[in-house]
Design a protein around this ligand. Sequence first.
Ligand SMILES: [Zn+2]
Length: 113
Amino acid sequence: MHEMSITMSMLDIIREHMERNGACRLRSVQIRVGELTAVEPESLRFCFEVCSQGTPLAGAALDIEEIPHTGKCRDCGSEFRIEGFVPHCPACGGSSADRVAGNELDIVSMEVD
Ligand SMILES: [Zn+2]
């Protein structure tokens, strides 16, 4: 379960941010998770709960935004969701595309007290 190590490094980032801002409690954190990271939002939620127990981060609301694997067609420029390994442009039928989204694993914002 690689969510656990991801969660640990996220908690580190959050803790650092809180220390820098003299915050004593985490209210909420917004996270963006791309489809290609293979991170299950539910596992992430669970790991967060487990790891934050007994810390100032406990009880924070976790807002997880899932980003679909998205490509931009090299032939016609339209953006579409890529399912499976071979992109298939629904507009022109092209099969070459540049990835534009799906690799995200970011903390977008957080609210602290
Ligand atoms: Zn196309």
